[in-house]
Design a protein around this ligand. Structure first.
Ligand code: DC
Length: 223
């Protein structure tokens, strides 16, 4: 087990972050945090309460409300909202469509970034953590010694997403990914960005095992 390590894994949707991050965490005996699941959970909660997601003030007002707990075991990652597991609902298409609006609100980000830092601190006492998201290397944990920025061609990303989701097509996923990329990378608060000291890894032509192996090589080199 590597001690006290943070591995930051950023990149757009469909770049292969989740599978690679869990694989790296398992291989190194580290915890695993899916920060996108936290933004999705708050979004799902707001959709349930019919919060007006066109109104940033309404989103900000609810940002601190629900109790959010994350399981950081890479074999059983999970999100609990006010005592209920919401791992299934947070992947619903309506959540995917609305999450960029919620995650653009500074009050949402400051609450979730604080929670993410607490989870990272706790995990460091147990050896370390692999954290995936959009702003991990730039905002949440800029001190991470290993920062990876995953990319993949639009076609590869859309193909992966459509294979994960029932009832959709590669063409529909291309449109959806392009829409989210634009929203996530152009928002004012902590946009999707590659840290200056991150290593870019194009996963288009790589298998999952190859991506994991490359990140493990980086860990050896940098940590
Ligand atoms: O990784 P994902 O597709 O489940 O993330 C869902 C959304 O959450 C994504 O469109 C942008 C937002 N997000 C964010 O703003 N910051 C993060 N660190 C992680 C996700």
């Amino acid at each position: 087990m590597v001690s006290g390590l943070i591995v930051a894994m950023d990149g757009p949707s469909g770049s292969g972050k989740s599978s690679a991050s869990r694989g790296v965490a398992r291989a190194l005996g580290l915890r695993y945090l899916d920060t996108g699941a936290m933004y999705r959970a708050l979004t799902w909660w707001m959709l349930q309460l019919e919060v007006d997601l066109g109104d940033p003030a309404a989103i900000a007002a609810g940002a601190g409300e629900p109790m959010l707990e994350m399981n950081t075991d890479p074999d059983f990652p999970g999100v609990t909202l006010d005592g209920t597991r919401v791992d299934g609902p947070i992947r619903y298409p309506e959540v995917t469509r609305a999450v960029s609006a919620v995650s653009a609100v500074p009050e949402v980000r400051s609450r979730l970034v604080a929670l993410q830092r607490e989870l990272i601190e706790a995990a460091l006492k147990e050896g370390g953590i692999v954290v995936e998201g959009r702003d991990i290397g730039t905002v949440v944990a800029p001190q991470a010694p290993v920062k990876v920025y995953l990319t993949a061609s639009e076609e590869a990303r859309a193909t992966r997403r459509s294979a994960e989701l029932a009832g959709t097509t590669v063409a529909a996923q291309r449109v959806e990914l392009a829409r989210r990329d634009t929203l996530d990378s152009t928002r004012k608060a902590d946009p999707l960005a590659m840290a200056a000291d991150a290593v870019e890894l194009d996963t288009t032509a790589l298998t999952l095992d190859e991506v994991v192996a490359e990140v493990l090589r980086l860990v050896k080199e940098r940590a």
